[in-house]
Design a protein around this ligand. Sequence first.
Ligand code: RP5
Length: 167
Amino acid sequence: MTGIQIGIVMGSDSDVGVMKKAADILERFEIPYYMTVASAHRTPDRVAAIAERAEREGWKLLIAGAGMAAHLAGFLAAHTVVPVVGVPIDSSSLNGLDALLATVQMPGGVPVATMGIGAAGAKNAGILAVEVLAAFDPTLREKLRRFREEQKAEVEKKAAQMETSSL
Ligand code: RP5
């Protein structure tokens, strides 16, 4: 796969610990991606420019993570028809509930596919991005099936360990 396929944008560098989970998945599946910081409130022009670049370069999907009054995903979506996946970050005193509601409650006409709050949401955003690409790539689909099998084997292993130690 050549050229950037996925863009990961976060509202602040303080979000990187969470958003790295999405990047980790893309690296695991060898998907070329671009990751940066841009804020809907502090640098709106920069966010619009990223959306325009995504259109111009044919990126397949954008992942946007932001906390607090999280307008990043919706603001990106307003500037492009590239699909946007939103990750609400648990960076506030409301533990991300504010970001969840701000990200998920888009008015009809401009969708944001919103994940769960925090690290699991970021990981799932990465997996969802791979699933979207895999719809057009049988080799990637096969890799995703193996990923599921590995997860299953991990749980079986942990279950066996737990059962042995509780005997
Ligand atoms: C949001 O505000 C960011 O996405 C971050 O989650 C939160 C706090 O940002 P910083 O003040 O740490 O830069 O816009």
